[in-house]
Design a protein around this ligand. Structure first.
Ligand code: CTP
Ligand code: CA
Length: 224
């Protein structure tokens, strides 16, 4: 039925999606990063584009192709991801699924760090900018900002506090004790002003469909 009557309810809406890991160089051959596959973010970008949205996908390095009809901008570091997001503004919706590296080396070594006789080098780290929080406080704040969180302990308590701290409208949280990185399925809860909704386990593409439907419903009736 979807094929006969495609849902184009997000036609012309400008949307930004961040996805994948960021990669923070330590020297020309080594980096700090994480296990994000980009799958959930790419599925959301695809679901929004299928509904007609004008999607900019700002992505760290991943091994999956850009979905059809999506404008992908590839970045490496958190600072590059933030700059690309700021360039993409104004948008009506921002969905931040990226696993942004929380820290980077204070200074990238210009040459390869060599083993020395006096044990391992010490790395001085500094905190990366918070892209989601920056978008939430931007003068051109998107009307709807959606964050993601992966938690291992006190999942809902941490997520509720995180949503308020960041200032996003919706926070989609998953419990990563049961391994979600690179997996095809996901079990999430969605937190908004009205509280917590627990969704059943489903494919990441179905999580993406549900989120895209909810975004379409938000624009159909922003008070809902
Ligand atoms: N996020 C971001 N920029 C960062 C860190 C996180 O945009 N520098 C976004 C992620 O894309 C996600 C949300 O913030 O949408 C939550 O990420 P998470 O890592 O759970 O939050 P942190 O504030 O980094 O907290 P934690 O100490 O639990 O890692
Ligand atoms: Ca983090």
């Amino acid at each position: 039925l979807r094929i006969l009557t495609p849902d184009r309810s997000l036609t012309g809406r400008r949307v930004l999606v961040t996805a994948g890991p960021t990669v923070e160089p330590l020297d020309p051959v080594r980096f700090l990063s994480n296990h994000s596959s980009g799958r959930q973010g790419y599925a959301i970008a695809a679901a929004l584009a299928a509904r007609g949205a004008d999607v900019t996908l700002i992505s760290g390095p991943v091994s999956i192709p850009a979905p059809a009809g999506v404008h992908r901008i590839s970045v490496q570091t958190a600072r590059e991801m933030l700059a690309a997001c700021e360039t993409a503004l104004p948008v009506e919706v921002a969905v931040c699924t990226a696993a942004v590296s929380d820290w980077r080396a204070r200074d990238m070594a210009p040459g390869k760090i060599k083993k020395s006789g006096d044990g391992p080098p010490s790395l001085e780290l500094v905190e990366n900018p918070d892209i989601l929080a920056t978008l939430c406080r931007a003068p051109q704040r998107p009307r709807l900002v959606v964050g993601f969180a992966a938690e291992t302990d006190d999942v809902l308590e941490n997520a509720q506090a995180k949503r308020l701290r960041k200032g996003c409208d919706w926070l989609v949280v998953n419990d990563v004790r049961q391994g979600v990185f690179g997996a095809m399925r996901n079990t999430v809860s969605l937190i908004d002003d009205n509280g917590v909704q627990n969704w059943p386990e489903m494919d990441k593409t179905d999580v993406a469909e549900q989120i895209a439907q909810r975004i379409a419903a938000f624009f159909a009736d922003p008070s809902s």
